[in-house]
Design a protein around this ligand. Structure first.
Ligand code: HEM
Length: 504
């Protein structure tokens, strides 16, 4: 009896190993040439992530890159990931209209964003990209500059009570609320006043979902939905409730704006401005979607919701990260700050609303922003899923691979950027980048960031406004970068603020 049980157990284990070997065989055979850490049966390389703290992840990936080169493979259980940081390889994938399916990096966001532009693929992505592109036309962006300006002024006031010239401030949460106010008003045409009321249910729900996603991203096992729900039921419930709040909020606004559109401009003004005395009527990103048709049919409320939710996520977390790290760099470099101030004094008129054209004149600020995005890219990694075998400059990669582009590491490669760990905005003065695919904070090719111009204008507006009112001081600890869906810092992003004697 005992020997039969033993036989069955041994057979089951042997079958499992055999199944594991056979299901990986083709991919393993094809990648025989590619370096990577030795992988165990069944587990692959998961054990190498054991005990790794969030703040150690950057160094860990850099070490692997130093050890295995600019293209190496890792097995996470049965999933194969190929990690690439060579711009010549990356160009082939990102510029191709074929490789547009995302890998599983953002899967966690699916419950909030559905298959909006960030996550969709194939025909759906093509159709939506075509519809959404006009929403970022410069004429629409022009009206948004006024919103950037108003919200940056509120930010200046929100920071005033902390601006004593000696206390380090973690600016990240302040910027986050400003960015939320901006994206809500531009994408939904609705003021949520997050800076004034950070505890509003919608604002709280965005914060909750974002924080939950960050934790789940770092702890790989929490990405397995059923396991997460089993082991962390209270967190799963909190997530579900927050997502319900987010969806309901967006649904209500879509319904109101659709009705207003049907009723005509007069009702629209009354409806949408009920809570916002003095809020101007502007074309919000949502309005472009409401007026769009596919094969003569308008988009459904659900179709629109996933796009608006995508803007809400992709358009606030990224810019928060970008602005915060850029302010940090400016606070640490007195020479750069002086040059910026001179430019701002020269190009912006005090007391006059800033226009898109004014912001376009801030050329040195643009270099500072580019350099900050190089050193602290808000989206540190992106990925594609290979449906079929792919050949990249003679290297064959099997179907079923998660191809990951290490944007963060690529943009700190000394081969493409001299002294890559030094903050030198001048390197962008007469754009000396040797390979355009070595500098891709907004990705590149057909699936690049649709909000790129929006983001740079928002950054310019906020940073110039803060510099007009405050001197940024090198106070507080340096940030500890945290590899996540969006780049953050484990210990916040600190600097000091001293009010300028004469506000410009
Ligand atoms: C500094 C700020 C930003 C950075 C660094 C950034 C970066 C990126 C990157 C790297 C991608 C490609 C993602 C991938 O391939 O997986 C992307 C896509 C996207 N971004 Fe941004 N982004 C920023 C701001 C924004 C803003 C403000 C919006 C909207 C208002 C936005 C909307 C989107 C959307 C919708 C996509 C998906 C585009 C597609 O797949 O067709 N982003 N962004």
């Amino acid at each position: 009896m005992l020997s039969l049980a033993l036989f069955l157990v041994v057979s089951a284990i042997a079958t499992l190993f055999l199944w594991d070997y056979l299901t990986r065989k083709r991919r393993n055979d094809m990648l025989h040439y590619m370096p990577g850490p030795p992988a165990l049966p069944l587990l692959g390389n998961v054990l190498m992530y054991r005990g790794l703290k969030a703040e150690q992840l950057m160094d860990f990936i850099q070490k692997n890159r130093d050890l295995y080169g600019t293209m190496y493979r890792v097995w996470v259980l049965k999933q194969l990931a190929v990690f690439s940081t060579d711009p010549r390889d990356i160009e082939i994938i990102l510029s191709s209209p074929q490789h547009i399916t995302k890998n599983n990096l953002y899967e966690l966001l699916h419950c909030w964003l559905g298959t909006g532009l960030l996550m969709s693929t194939g025909k759906k992505w093509h159709t939506r990209r075509k519809i959404i592109t006009p929403a970022f036309h410069f004429k629409i962006l022009e009206q948004f500059v006024e919103i950037f300006d108003q919200q940056s002024s509120i930010l200046v006031e929100q920071l005033r009570k902390h601006a004593d010239g000696e206390t380090p401030i973690n600016v990240f949460p302040f910027i986050c609320l400003e960015a939320l106010d901006i994206i809500a008003e531009t994408s939904m045409g609705t003021r949520i006043n997050a800076q004034m009321n950070p505890n509003l249910p919608y604002v709280q729900a965005v914060t909750d979902v974002t924080n939950i996603m960050i934790t789940r991203f770092i702890n790989a096992w929490q990405r397995i939905e059923w396991l997460y729900r089993l082991v962390k039921p209270s967190m799963a419930k909190k997530q579900d409730l927050a997502i319900q709040t987010l969806h309901k909020f967006t649904d209500d606004i879509i319904q109101k704006r659709r009705q207003a559109l049907i009723n005509g401009p007069e009702t629209k003004t009354q409806e949408t401005n009920a809570d916002d005395v003095g809020q101007k009527q502007r074309m919000a990103l949502l309005d472009v979607l409401l007026q769009a048709t596919v094969n003569g049919q308008p988009l459904s409320n659900e179709d629109i919701r996933e796009e608006v939710d995508t803007f809400m996520f992709e358009g606030h977390d990224t810019t928060t990260s970008a602005i915060s790290f850029c302010l940090y760099e400016i606070s640490r470099d007195a020479r750069v700050q002086k040059l910026l101030l001179e430019e701002i004094q020269d190009k912006l008129s005090p007391g006059k609303p800033t226009t898109q054209r004014d912001l376009g004149e801030l050329k040195y600020l643009e270099c500072v922003i580019k350099e900050s995005l190089r050193m602290h890219p808000p989206v540190p990694m992106i990925g594609r899923w290979f449906h079929e075998d792919v050949e990249i400059r003679g290297k064959r990669i099997p179907a079923g691979t998660n191809f990951t582009v290490g944007i963060y590491f690529l943009m700190r490669d000394p081969l493409y950027f001299d002294s890559p760990n030094e903050f030198r905005p001048e390197r962008f003065l007469n754009d000396q980048t040797t390979n355009p695919y070595a500098y891709i904070p907004f990705s590149a090719g057909p699936r690049n960031c649709i909000g790129q111009k929006f983001a740079v204008l928002e950054m310019k507006s906020t940073i110039s406004k803060l510099l007009q009112h405050y001197e940024l001081l090198p106070l507080g600890p340096d940030p500890l970068p945290l590899m996540n869906i969006v780049l953050r810092s484990v210990n916040g992003v600190h600097l000091g603020l001293r009010p300028r004697k004469i506000a410009m």
